[in-house]
Ligand binder design. Sequence first.
Ligand code: F6P
Length: 343
Amino acid sequence: MRVGVLTGGGDCPGLNAAIRAIVRKGIDQYGHAIVGFRDGWRGPLENLHEELTIESTRGILPRGGTILGTSRTNPFKGEEGPERVRETIEALHLDGLIAIGGEDTLGAAARLNGEHAVPVLGVPKTIDNDLAATDMTFGFDTALQVATEAIDRLHTTAESHHRVMVVEVMGRHAGWIALHSGLAGGGDVILIPERPFDIEEVCRLIQRRHARGRLFSIVVVAEGAIPAEGTMEVAEGEKDEFGHVRLGGIGHRLEREIEARTGFETRAVVLGHIQRGGTPTAFDRVLATRLGVAAIDAAHEGRWGTMPALRGIRIELVPLDQAVEKLRTVPPEDYEVAEPFLG
Ligand code: F6P
């Protein structure tokens, strides 16, 4: 067989481990050829590819990012996208394609498979951890570790200066990184996209801490957190090819608002892409490797239109469209675990 592979959307730690697993098992065990596409869906659209070998994928297990490059290219943006993807697959004599991605990349993969009968299967990844049908995505554990360490570091400087520190972490629609880093790092306020916040309540929690003699506070906010309607103005950013607004800014907005309302000196730190960079944790390397192995097994069996997913502690194949029909956001009961520790 000849199998293509691409990585699309935001990069995340563990992508190289998944590529390596596909190449190793695909070539060594099955004798398949593996073709890597450059820069997400741009690769099959513009036929940008390279043959991947065991030699060319050596030493990449601990490396962050993706050796294939990535982009937020949407194959459904132009009219001929699906046809061009099919033409490239045929021109390279591929039996099918493994798309490693999050909601956008896998959404496109599901449509290509469902609406255009393109042989594609998916592998779930994203630091946001928000894909349905899988209990976890690789990249999340590393991002969580980075965010938690940052909160630990900010604690000592916040305490020394008697300041409020606002830590903005990633999380467009889901607050998994904010909630879990807030829990692990002892955040005093945790704001997530699933629960529009009231700035007055945020200030009340901080003031209550001060009244109890705790003269510093840590506010963990997901970049996608929004104020409850009519409570605080926020600016809208520009949009990408999938129609997502470029986020980042709520931390600084909160910094100004908290300082003005409470009179407490406040500083904001935006962790941004630091959360996506660097070496993956052992957990992410192992999860990515297990998913990569399951993906090449599925390709070998011609199980296009599926996605290996973590279900409990086992990897199972699920229909690809099930994985992208909705996002896995933070349920209220998960947030409630943090409530006794706030303020
Ligand atoms: O990949 C997910 C993610 O990291 C989101 O958490 C974040 O909103 C977005 O990507 C940032 O995208 P970009 O790297 O294009 O700025």
